[in-house]
Ligand binder design. Structure first.
Ligand SMILES: Nc1ncnc2c1ncn2[C@@H]1O[C@H](COP(=O)(O)OP(=O)(O)OP(=O)(O)O)[C@@H](O)[C@H]1O
Ligand SMILES: [Mg+2]
Length: 324
């Protein structure tokens, strides 16, 4: 059972939607949000669950929590059928939806936590330990007495993550926990999740549009598109099938012709704008030889590296698919 801690077999979710099709007429049609998904997640694993907008990620997570009932297939979390035993499962899972809060809007964080303490009947000592730990590691000390509506997005997100963990869940579902956060807050959240997974073996399913989240946290990544699983493997493999590229942005001392890269055949200049040049190279490759080459031959002022975004990687997967 530990190898199959989360189990999905041909899971489907079909929404019946009505849309306007003329002055008074409404048309019914089906949206297959999740269209036959199967996977297993062993206990203690941290998995990325990514895909473009509307792919079916949040719908999957809602079925895993029991908020939504699947239209077909079989789904188990810790041996429990989520939609049938939602309350029983609630004691074993934690959920963070980055786009909305589970906290009470008008209450200070501290009061929201107290309510959860009672709702989940968390033993006092456990509650205090977990709260202290979250407050320390997520830097919540100064924020405990501030009403949630006054918190910034990054502060609220940290507050939400703590709320999801007070009852020691074995699984944590994170639906875009870093959305809209600045670099510092993102780093804080990532560091916290990494430690949580390492120290407590909490199983984590992470949805994100930020490939850096995956890079830093997940060995395994699943890609969903149009409700289907289109990739399940490591991130390097995803870059390979997606033929994804990273971009090196180079600032030279002055405007020059495109950088000559005869010794680095996999890289190419894709744009020149005054003294700034953009060079694309395979995402799986190291930037070091390229940077060394440029630094040796050109008057280099500054450089930065841009990671590929998920949408671009997935779009390329489809382009390469259609060539088959
Ligand atoms: N309650 C609902 N009723 C009808 N359609 C829905 C409902 N919830 C989701 N959908 C549709 O199901 C599809 C999948 O939505 P979902 O929210 O799971 O996508 P997502 O992968 O989380 O996207 P995003 O990256 O934008 O958050 C979309 O086409 C969406 O419009
Ligand atoms: Mg979503």
């Amino acid at each position: 059972m530990d190898m199959d801690f989360i189990e999905l077999d041909g899971v489907e979710k079909v929404f019946d939607v009505r849309r306007k099709a003329g002055f008074l007429r409404r048309e019914r049609h089906e949206v297959r949000a999740v269209d036959g998904i199967s996977f297993r997640v062993p206990r203690g694993e941290m998995v990325g669950y990514i895909g473009p907008n509307g792919a079916g990620k949040s719908t999957t997570i809602k079925m895993l929590t029991g908020i939504l009932t699947p239209s077909g297939g079989r789904l188990r979390v810790a041996g429990i059928d989520p939609s049938r035993e939602r309350t029983k499962l609630a004691h074993r899972i934690g959920v963070v939806f980055g786009q909305r809060t589970t906290l009470w809007w008008d209450l200070p964080l501290r009061d929201s936590y107290r309510l959860m303490h009672r709702m989940y009947r968390i033993p006092d000592r456990r509650y205090r330990e977990n709260l202290d730990r979250c407050v320390e590691l997520l830097d919540l000390g100064e924020l405990l007495d501030v009403p949630v509506r006054q918190l910034s997005l990054g502060q609220r997100m940290r507050g939400d993550i703590a709320a999801a963990l007070l009852h020691d869940p074995e699984v944590l579902y994170l639906d875009e926990p870093t959305i809209g956060l600045d670099v510092v807050s993102k780093a804080k959240v990532r560091g916290f999740l990494r430690d949580l997974n390492a120290e407590r073996s909490t199983t984590v399913l992470l949805t994100t549009h930020d490939l850096t989240d995956i890079e830093q946290l997940c060995k395994r990544v699943m890609v969903i598109d149009h409700g289907r699983l289109v990739y399940d493997g490591d991130l390097a493999g995803l870059h390979e099938v997606g033929e994804s590229e990273r971009m090196l942005v180079v600032d030279l001392e002055r405007e020059l012709p495109p950088i000559e890269l005869a010794s680095e055949p996999s890289a190419r200049v894709v744009k020149v704008e005054g003294p700034r040049q953009w060079l694309a190279f395979p995402a799986a490759a190291s930037a070091a030889p390229l940077v060394a080459r440029i630094a040796a031959d050109y008057p280099l002022v500054d450089l930065s590296l841009r990671e590929p975004d998920i949408e671009a990687v997935i779009a390329k997967m489809y382009v390469s698919d259609s060539r088959l």
